[in-house]
Design a protein around this ligand. Structure first.
Ligand SMILES: Cc1cc2nc3c(=O)[nH]c(=O)nc-3n(C[C@H](O)[C@H](O)[C@H](O)COP(=O)(O)O)c2cc1C
Length: 367
């Protein structure tokens, strides 16, 4: 099946993507001091040059003391980091691509000892103690307001340096998702309890981002059922609950939902073939991005635990069938693009035999 559907332009208001291929956000930890450098610029530029329509950057931390969880993750605050990102934006635009930063706060996942201030513990919906010591600080109203303001500022800065929108990281068991999920949110105030209450933090955050950037600046919201604390977790069990969960987020100002799954071909609920992006599109009427093992024969978790596995290139036929049926609008590609900067061009030209396999080794370098 020709891959033409992947290379049709996509329009949403002022956002015009040359192709439907999206680079999935992938933490690379190659930004010492939190500043994206020349290697990072070249890494993103190459993917745009080879036909990626939209780059979603690796998770980049908002300006709050507990937003970061890992070494060498780029910041999205401060003059030096923003100047670095501006160069990334200009390089991607010069190749005809579009780019948005993924705005990230890791929440309770942060450990004492992590940069930039080693004394700051994780911040989360609920306090956690270990041996009488606070390892996760339970967020007060003032903390919540501060973090929301940090996301809004980051979004405004993204707009200021010419980014084409923003993606809010609401997935994978990091801060926003920690509020969503019963397992990590045991609050008894208006931010805890029912799913509607657990969504309040995200809703206020999206509204604040919208207010900061105005109408017409795209807001992508990434969410997932799975959590890095529990890969089998499910936030919602039925299409009805998914609809109830998504509606207030959509109303708050989300333009595109990025529905994070590990295998795009898996039906989300019994009785329908639709995947999470398919259901989300149907329930909200908003465009969606699908993701999960596109172009590879093994899903990404295997590679985090099993060092000698290699994922081989796989057929795109099932993906194209779903895309042609308008199940979703855009297709995010993770590891296949991490290892092979020319992945999109090879697919477009039918050069599947030249596509590189993925192994953990690819994580060691930024090319
Ligand atoms: C090395 C690596 C880093 C990742 N970092 C992020 C991240 O910063 N933010 C995020 O939302 N997802 C992150 N992910 C998940 C990817 O965006 C994507 O959803 C996942 O890899 C599945 O897509 P794939 O099967 O095409 O690789 C990461 C994945 C990998 C392999």
């Amino acid at each position: 099946m020709p891959a033409k559907a992947l290379f049709k332009p996509f329009h949403l208001g002022a956002l015009e993507l040359p192709t439907r291929v999206v680079m999935a956000p992938m933490t690379r930890s190659f930004s010492p001091g939190g500043v994206p450098n020349a290697k990072v610029i070249e890494y993103y530029r190459r993917r745009a040059a080879a036909g990626v329509g939209l780059i979603i950057t690796e998770g980049t931390t908002v300006g709050h003391k507990a937003s970061n969880g890992y070494p060498n993750v780029p910041h999205f605050y401060g003059d030096a980091a923003l100047a670095g990102w501006k160069k990334v934006v200009d390089a991607v635009h010069a190749e005809g691509g579009k780019i948005v930063p993924q705005l990230w706060h890791v929440g309770s996942v942060r450990r004492i000892g992590t940069e930039p201030d080693a004394s700051v513990p994780g911040y989360g919906p609920t306090e956690k103690l270990k041996d009488g010591q606070v390892v996760v600080h339970g967020m007060t109203q003032a903390d919540i307001d501060e973090v929301i303001a940090a996301f809004a500022q980051a979004a405004k800065d993204a707009q200021g340096i010419g980014m084409d929108g923003v993606e809010i990281h609401g997935a994978h068991g990091y801060l926003v998702d920690q509020f969503f999920w019963e397992g990590s949110n045991q609050r008894t105030d208006g931010y805890g309890g029912s799913l509607a209450n657990r969504s309040r933090f995200a809703i206020e955050l999206i509204r604040a981002v919208r207010a900061a950037v105005g109408e017409g600046f795209p807001i992508i919201f990434r969410f997932s059922q799975w959590k890095q604390q529990d890969y089998t977790a499910r936030l919602v069990q039925t299409p009805e609950t998914l609809g109830e969960f998504l509606k207030p987020l959509s109303d708050a100002g989300v333009d595109i939902f990025h529905c994070s799954t590990r295998r795009f071909w898996e039906p989300e609920f019994e009785g329908s073939e639709l995947n999470l992006a398919g259901w989300t599109r149907k329930l909200t009427g908003k465009p969606t991005i699908t993701v999960g093992s596109v172009g590879l024969d093994g899903e990404f978790l295997q590679f985090m635990v099993n060092t000698d596995k290699v994922a081989q290139p796989a057929s795109l036929e099932k993906l194209l069938e779903r895309l042609n049926n308008d199940e979703f609008d855009l297709v995010a590609v993770g590891r296949a693009l991490l290892v092979d900067p020319d992945w999109a061009q090879k697919v477009r030209e039918g050069r599947e035999q030249d596509i590189l396999p993925f192994s953990r080794e690819a994580l060691m370098t930024l090319v």
